[in-house]
Design a protein around this ligand. Sequence first.
Ligand SMILES: O=C(O)C(=O)C[C@]1(C(=O)O)C=C[C@@H](O)C=C1
Length: 100
Amino acid sequence: MSIKANHCENMTEVRANVDRIDRLLVTLMAERLNYIEQAARIKPSRDAVRDEDRIEDVIAKVKAQCDIDGFDKDMAERMWRAMMEDFIAHEFVKWDGLRK
Ligand SMILES: O=C(O)C(=O)C[C@]1(C(=O)O)C=C[C@@H](O)C=C1
């Protein structure tokens, strides 16, 4: 299966749709970051911030969603691993900041 997208006749329409989706992605990333900050508050030890099992669980779930929505699994895996490294770095900064 694959997600339905608007048919575009020109680059103005293409870019308007890309800009619309980017705004949605930023909103979702901001919400995701809020949960990462809550994880920093909740996790009892610094060693728990980076959780390799959970990282692999997230990747597996994202790849399963790729099958549903028709997105490239290898591209998604690269994007999510890179994104999670930034979220983990943020979680470490937040975890330290809450306990100094
Ligand atoms: O699930 C967690 O424990 C999180 O803190 C979230 C998250 C993520 O970005 O999805 C970040 C750090 C962990 O290494 C695993 C996953």
